[in-house]
Design a binder for this molecule. Structure first.
Ligand code: GTP
Ligand code: MG
Length: 383
């Protein structure tokens, strides 16, 4: 009962609080200071607005710190008789989350802040007045910029709530996500890095749980699937014992949750179904897991028949073909080395394919350019 009370208490809160992954703000560089004609004095330059990436920060915290979403840097000091050169206006340094792109309203990228400490000037300060400007200062740059959180990770974890996604992330990386025995514990995506012995690093994104009807905004909604669009591999994760959201909802077996995940993916963007995908069957340490895992594997092998358990509109049109299936216990760290190893092989193969494709494209480009070069030469000859 405690469990259910917590679910019912928790789910709506999760939905209400939401997650900000895009934020448009006003930024203005400081104006320059006035020059002083009589003494050939120069006004100080205005300060810049600078975004600085900070670890573990959210866009929500940016809004909380500055609810009016206006960032204005300091103005340069006027030149005076005592200070012929006016002081520069102070820069305004704004802490923003790591992993954002900063874009103009015309979608031009001003900068990508990928590492903590990365910084970008988003609005330049105006120059101070000097003889070349008739001692009149320039205004600072004014614009609206959008911060867009983009998760670029190699692997995206997709699963129902409580499947153990965050437990897996914690077990294989140094990330420290919140883990709890109620659904929707993870409210926003989080990335962890798996490091291999040869120092190869693979990133893994833990996403909030999906449930049936997610495309209709059930649970945390579809929103987060945006972040798996660019991943190279999807890792489906299921609790071998299935899932139940509350007493009002039907219990879904592991097979049904897998089929429902496929359906939600398909409804979000049908080509996601073609992404390389592996399946991790979790919680194999709990009694009775073996038989349930066997049943799941059997049903996956007889997918067309088994999927008729679900109402027609919940059946995926096309099934996801898993590259590999693992039986693990994220909590007891069983089967994780094998999972890590195979996942890497798949990723390395995908990388090789990508490089091969890029190489071919580059060769084609060079061939095109060189044939263009010849034409130009010939034309020159004629002239
Ligand atoms: N017995 C057992 N329990 C597990 C295992 N993996 C996770 N759990 C437990 O299952 C519960 C849910 O784990 P989480 O890692 O928070 O699940 P999640 O998929 O991230 O859930 P959401 O963030 O709500 O989507 C926790 O109580 C975990 O301790 C496992 O392999 N075995
Ligand atoms: Mg979680």
């Amino acid at each position: 009962m405690v469990f259910l009370t917590r679910i019912l208490h928790r789910a709506p809160t999760a939905r209400k609080r939401g997650f900000v992954d895009k934020l448009r703000v006003y930024v203005r560089g400081g104006s320059g200071g006035m020059g002083l004609p009589k003494h050939n004095g120069r006004g100080g330059d205005g300060g810049h607005v600078i975004f600085v990436a900070k670890e573990d920060m959210t866009l929500k915290q940016v809004i909380d710190a500055t609810p009016n979403k206006r960032f204005i840097a300091g103005i340069g000091a006027h030149a005076t008789r005592r200070a012929i050169q006016g002081d520069k206006g102070p820069n305004l340094r704004v802490e923003v989350p790591t992993g954002i792109s900063v874009l103009t309203d015309t979608k031009q990228v001003i900068g990508n802040l990928n590492q903590p400490g990365d910084q970008v000037v988003v609005a330049k300060g105006g120059q101070g007045g000097a003889h070349w400007s008739d001692f009149l200062p320039k205004k600072g740059q004014i614009r609206s910029v959008t911060m867009e959180l983009k998760l670029i990770s190699d692997i995206g974890l997709v699963g129902f709530p409580n499947a153990g996604k965050s437990t897996l992330l914690k077990a294989v990386s140094s990330a420290d996500p919140k883990i709890a025995d109620y659904p929707f514990t993870t409210m926003r995506p989080q990335i962890g890095i798996m490091q291999y012995e040869d120092l190869r690093r693979v990133s893994l994104a833990d996403l909030p749980g999906l449930i049936e009807g997610a495309h209709n905004n059930a649970g945390m909604g579809h929103h987060f699937l945006r972040h798996v669009e660019r991943t190279k591999l999807l890792l489906f994760m299921v609790d071998v014992h299935g899932f139940i959201l509350s007493m009002k909802h039907p219990h879904r077996t592991a097979f049904q949750t897998v089929a429902l995940l496929m359906k939600e993916l398909e409804l979000y963007k049908s080509d996601l179904v073609d992404k390389p995908t592996v399946l991790a069957i979790n919680k194999m340490d709990i009694q009775g897991a073996e038989e349930k895992a066997e049943e799941l594997l059997y049903k996956l092998n007889h997918f067309e028949d088994a999927v008729t358990e679900l109402p027609k509109d919940m059946r995926p049109k096309r099934r996801v073909e898993f590259e590999d299936i693992f039986q693990i216990s994220a909590k007891e760290k069983q089967g994780l080395n094998e999972l890590k190893g195979k996942v890497r092989v798949i990723l390395d193969e995908a990388l090789e394919e990508e490089q091969e494709k890029e190489k071919k494209q580059a060769i084609r480009r060079i061939q095109k350019e060189s044939s263009y070069g010849k034409t130009v030469e010939r034309r020159v000859d004629i002239i």
